[in-house]
Design a protein around this ligand. Structure first.
Ligand code: SAM
Ligand code: SF4
Length: 355
């Protein structure tokens, strides 16, 4: 089948990857995303110079979008189907916490039935994975990524605001037993918070035969506590791991891959480093995002969103929707501007955008 290349931007990139946030709600309160308490929003102040940040950060009171503004499963399916007709191949269901959306397995079933999707995956905090795992698998989900930033119960609770490490570890094991492949684990590394766990997380990936991705902390947190000093650069993470493990580079034929990857020389498990802050990969970005309330974002750091709801809830047909998507993609920004003097943090946080 010839793939459409209709979703082309003006920088020579063709969109193949659609991230679909299906809810802005979450049952966790990760301090780098949705901190719940004053202490969590100011976690960095014990470690870094509070003088440069004289105003303590305040956790933002959560206001979830009303249900009427959240896309229905039929609306999501329609956007994805039209996206696939224009060349989208990979779809990732995310959130907020996607497993909070009731009937999520039905949505997965609808998406899995769309001809042309070669890769259907989900990102989850894993807390509710156990009870849903079999249904998700049966519905056609093939890949799942879990967020695991700490193997220490107290640190896990500090980072996520919830005592959920055991449920998450059980979910990871269950995903492996059910044959999800590969089972991926994402760890956001923040200096002074969990950087001391980089080696133990890698060891966990090696012994459990997991694909682990270390991710740099990005300025997408609701309390706007992000500081460059808190970012542990991907190069530093790698150097630490190389001094502990024998790693062999994994060569990928996917030019849009965001992770640089290594396998352990003894053959089990794999690690990758995703460094959007210190080594941006915008030049190869082939991603689009659909928010739970029906907005298309052409970049994680976009300052503008494109609302599809008027089309979806009006009388536009699929070809009008397709034309709109093509037009939106043409305006995709060249790249993010983190570190530039004119960088502006987007209003919406990772939990709303869909990571
Ligand atoms: N709730 C699900 C989860 O945590 O896996 C899915 C949504 S979450 C927004 C998707 C991913 O974004 C997670 O792996 C999370 O760690 C990551 N993330 C959230 N805020 C981030 C930030 N400020 N910088 C880097 N990654 C972040
Ligand atoms: Fe929730 Fe995921 Fe954000 Fe954590 S990273 S608060 S689990 S949306």
């Amino acid at each position: 089948m010839t793939r459409s290349a209709a979703l082309a931007d003006t920088h020579g990139r063709i969109m193949r990857d659609l991230r679909v946030s299906i809810t802005d709600r979450c049952n966790f309160r990760c301090l780098y995303c949705l901190p719940e308490t004053e202490e969590a929003a100011n976690f960095y102040r014990t470690k870094f110079d509070a003088l440069r940040n004289p105003q303590p950060a305040t956790p933002i009171a959560r206001e979830w979008k009303p249900k009427s503004q959240i896309l229905t499963f039929e609306e999501i399916e329609r956007v994805v189907r039209v996206g696939v007709s224009l060349g989208i191949e990979k779809v990732r269901v995310t959130g907020g916490e996607p497993l909070l959306r009731s009937g999520v397995e039905k949505l997965v079933g609808k998406l899995a039935a769309i001809d042309g999707i070669t890769d259907l995956a989900m990102t989850t905090n894993g807390f509710l994975f156990g009870p849903k795992a079999v249904a998700l698998r049966a519905a056609g989900l093939r890949r799942v990524s879990f967020s695991l930033d700490s193997l220490d119960r107290d640190n896990f609770r500090k980072i996520t605001g919830r005592d959920g490490l055991n449920e998450l570890l059980a979910g990871i094991r269950q995903a492996q037993e059910l044959g999800f492949k590969p089972v991926k684990v994402n760890a956001v590394v923040i200096r002074g918070l969990n950087d001391h766990e980089v080696e133990s997380l890698a060891e966990f990936a090696r012994t459990e035969n997991l694909s682990l991705r270390f991710i740099e902390f990005m300025p997408l947190d609701s309390s706007r506590a992000w500081q460059r000093e808190l970012v542990m650069p991907g190069r530093e993470i790698l150097a630490r791991l190389q001094s502990r493990f024998e790693l062999q580079p994994v060569v990928s034929d996917n030019a849009s891959e965001t992770a640089r990857r290594w396998r352990f020389a003894d053959g089990r498990g794999e690690i990758g480093v995703i460094a959007p802050v210190t080594e941006p990969f915008c030049g190869h970005c082939n991603r689009l995002r659909l928010t739970a309330d029906g907005k298309i974002r052409t970049c994680l750091f976009s300052l503008h969103e494109h609302d599809l709801k008027p089309l979806l809830r009006g009388d536009a047909d699929d070809s009008a929707l397709a034309s709109r998507l093509v037009e939106i993609v043409r305006g995709k920004e060249a790249g993010h501007r983190i570190g530039q003097p004119d960088f502006v943090q987007p209003e919406r946080t990772m939990s709303c955008i869909g990571g």
